[in-house]
Structures are given as C-alpha cells and as structure tokens.
Design a protein around this ligand. Sequence first.
Ligand code: HEM
Length: 210
Amino acid sequence: MGIQTWEVSKSLVTELVTSPLNLLLLGVCVFLIYKIFKIKRPATDSTEEKNDSPILPKMKRQDFTVEDLAVYNGEANEEKRILVAVNQKVFDVTNKGRSMYGKGGPYAVFAGRDASRALATFSLDSSALKDTFDDLSDLNPKQLESLREWELQFKEKYDLVGKLLRPSEQPTEYSDTEDDQTDSTAAAGPTSKSGGGADSLRLRASGNSN
Ligand code: HEM
C-alpha cells in the first residue's frame, strides 16, 4: 500500500515535470497562489503602498457599453472604482474585491472588462479579453454553464450595478428608488435559458443550474 502510493506519486510528479503544458499550468497556479497569499498579508513595510482605499458608496444603477466599463478599471476614474462584467451583468467589486482585481492583484486583468470568456474558458490569456463587445456565441454548453456559475458567485458577493450593453442596445432607465437587484437589471445574457429577465435569474438562483 505504502509502496503503491509512492509509485503513484512518483509517476504523477514525472508526468507533471515532463510535459511542457503541465509545467506551464503548474507555473500559472504557483504564480496565482503567490499573488493571492501576498495580497492577504497586510502592508507593514513603509515602502509598500499604503491602503488608502475608502469604502465606496453603492453606485447608481446604470447600464454600460464596453467603452463605459473600461473607465472603471480602478485607475481611470477619480473614485478608483472597479467594475467587472460577467455574463452581461456588471458588478461593483471595489469594496470586497480590490485586493484581487485592483492594481497588482491576481485578477487585475478583469478590472473594467468583460471577464465572461476568460471565466467560461478558465483562461487568463489576453485572447480571452476582447476590446469590443463579445457575444460569446461560440462558447460550448459546458463553458456557458461554468459562466452561469461564476455569475451566481458574483451575484452573491458583489453589488449588481447594471448590464453590459450590446452595440446599439439602449440603456435601461432605472428609477432612483429601485433597489431590488433581481428586477430590471437582469440582462438577457447568452446563458439565459428563457430569454433572460428577472424570472430566469431567480430560477437559476434557486438551484436550477444543472
Ligand atoms: C490554477 C490556478 C489557480 C489557483 C490556485 C487559483 C486560486 C484562487 C483562490 C485561492 C481564490 C480565492 C481568493 C480569495 O478569495 O482571497 C481565487 C479567486 C478567483 N479566481 Fe482563481 N485560481 C486559479 C486560476 C484561476 C483562473 C485561470 C481564473 C480565471 C480564468 C481564476 C479566476 C478567479 C476569480 C475571478 C477569483 C475571484 C472571485 C471573486 O471575486 O470572489 N482563477 N482563485
């Protein structure tokens, strides 16, 4: 039993270090783990940038084009707000996610961007981040399902601000009093099963994702 376990471990390690692709993936994992643990340690050294990021108030509900979204990359707007789009929904990750999406964070590439393709394909490659609207029409069902799960995870953690607009799509007029995030902000994203809208979002949220 002990010898068998040793043999299995040995062949796993051999497999890992002999394939360039595996080595690359291992490298990416080690890098991300390093980044995540590094940002969790408070900056004690005076040479490190001080944490001068106040908690920002909730953003007014609104929709965004890809260009509008790019302003919210944590640098290009005065408040240093960070928005990320997932499955055509725009989330404010500033307060709870700055360490991950802010400058120097492991997922800083998603700041002010539509992260959908990257998340659906589990890739941090620059080819997964487009500069123009990405309709994601080439994603397969498994990738779309994975994207839906990411969307739910974001919905649980972050404020939903609005939707990501396709070219020529008109922004929704949100009333100032509207505060229920599941209502009209629910966009018809590519993974919506029944044309999107609030109902399909609620169905998914109540465990209908498989
Ligand atoms: C294989 C290497 C990877 C490791 C070890 C890893 C590890 C982690 C860990 C530990 C967290 C939680 C951090 C925290 O809550 O403080 C996290 C969050 C996250 N990971 Fe990864 N990850 C990897 C690859 C990826 C890839 C390839 C993507 C995207 C394409 C990705 C996207 C994300 C996102 C978006 C979050 C933050 C979710 C949120 O806002 O709560 N990860 N990762």
